[in-house]
Design a protein around this ligand. Sequence first.
Ligand SMILES: [Zn+2]
Length: 604
Amino acid sequence: MPENILIAIAWPYANAEIHVGNITGSHLPGDIVARYHRLKGNKVLMVSGTDSHGTPVVIAADKEGKSVEEVYKKYHDGFLELFQGWGITYDLFTTTHTENHFKVSQSIFLALERNGYMFKQFSKQWYSPSAKKFLPDRYVEGTCYICGFEGARSDQCDNCGNVLEPEKLKNPRAKTGDGALELRETEHFYLDLSKLEPDVKKFLKERAGHMRDTVIGESLGKIEAEGLKPRPITRDLDWGIPVPVDEAGWETKKLYVWFEAVIGYLSAAIEWSRLGSEKEAWREWWANPKARQFYFIGKDNIFFHTSLWPAQLMGAGSAFMEIFAGEETPLTLPFDVPANQFMNLEKQKISGSRNWAVWGRDALTRYDADALRYYLTVNMPEAKDSDWDWAEFVARNNNELVATWGNLANRVLAFCYKHWESYVPSFGEGGGTPPLRDADKNLLATIENGFNTVGAELEAVRLRSALGEAMKLATAVNVYLDVNAPWTAIKTDKDSAALTVYTALKAIDSLKVMFSPFLPFTCEKLHTFFGYETPLFGEGYVEEIKDSLGTHNGLRYREASRTGSPTYWKPSELKPGQKLNQPGPLFKKLEESVAEEERARLGK
Ligand SMILES: [Zn+2]
């Protein structure tokens, strides 16, 4: 039975470009796992989108003198281009600024209210009488009441590092220059997380067996130390999702972005269904206790995904389904949150403002996507922070990707193409059964077992280890070829050379599948060299989507039409006598000078 797998990836914020740290942190691991499950024949739904609301994008728009909508769309369209170039196969990459997301978020809000998990409370907030509005914390600066630093943000001082209580700030002023400020009372909705604390703890303990220790440890530790406290879920802001209450005074307030952006995982699945022919298909991932949901995020987002988001889902529960879909079913909860640590660059923290970064779109102008995907996977910050090092990028490209795997595939295919007139060697009538020797059988058994060992690592989202395992198998084929040397044997014993070449081709054909979630572009190319007609994967495309808020572009994925078995994750059944296509190199060797050239670009 195919399983339903939801791949939910952190929503990038619409005020900065995506760099390699973001890609290795969430988008790439999510894509690798999605591709693996698609090869297995599982039903995969991979979603994310642009987080278009909140104050940073409003501030960015003010600075650039553009509308907020223009600014979020500029970043959003850039993301779509980047994902296509990197082969990140979203079934739907949308935005939070859609009619559908508004409705779903408002329905979650109403369900939480109906279930008694919300209350209203007044608090003090800085108000600008000249602009006639409350200012979000990030809009207000002043003098730190702890260290006296004059450029403190109202919620945090960058000089002494303390988190500040905004109402205690001295000499407050608006970043936008909106005159003198005064403290005024403002009313907001709070999510009463303390009521959900026992459920969240139970949820986490049930998952301790398969979630990463870093993730479980941090989440439970924080709850044990501080408890789950009520959090405001609305704020005074023009840009965002209206609060669904029919009372005077609430029309100038919006849902808090921390509360609504995570709801995107659910709303994007619904939007995806509604774009297709099966309008209610989203329920297979969201109202199905057997569906497995994986959340790919960076470590700064762990608590939101392991504790706050499950609390929202449990609190809204079947009331959401009743409001939104007319039936009472609980919502499916996250299965795993394989959060990554951070990637640094040349031993320093990646910083967009200092241009200490390798930008996703820019890198594609000089390097192939699979070379970048390879380095980001072998260096993925799964257990601890990792470091992008340009010299290491060149070395691993040349010594591993090109020397161990690329040359292996290329030299065996080219040799066969030349000496067996473009056909896989055959052994008698109609291709025949190859009379395999022990060494051939042993190699194929070793390689075919890789579908279990590499597969187990992919199941557990240990991607570095999965790729390392596949690379070890490629080395085993190289050793086999060194021992059996078909290049020499062909001169004296073509039958023996034919057996070696057939065995090596079959091994490479299997390895191609194991490598393909990591290196999809080159494996697809290799797949066509073997003469197969149906591709391994489908393709991404951009669709313009219209709703009552206007239009937005969505990145979509069209699955390849497959004939025969729904699973590709299985040993090669390469037939003797199969016609090959003209092979060519899969990867490029890089000059060592690349490292110095790239280092010279940093920080400029
Ligand atoms: Zn301070």
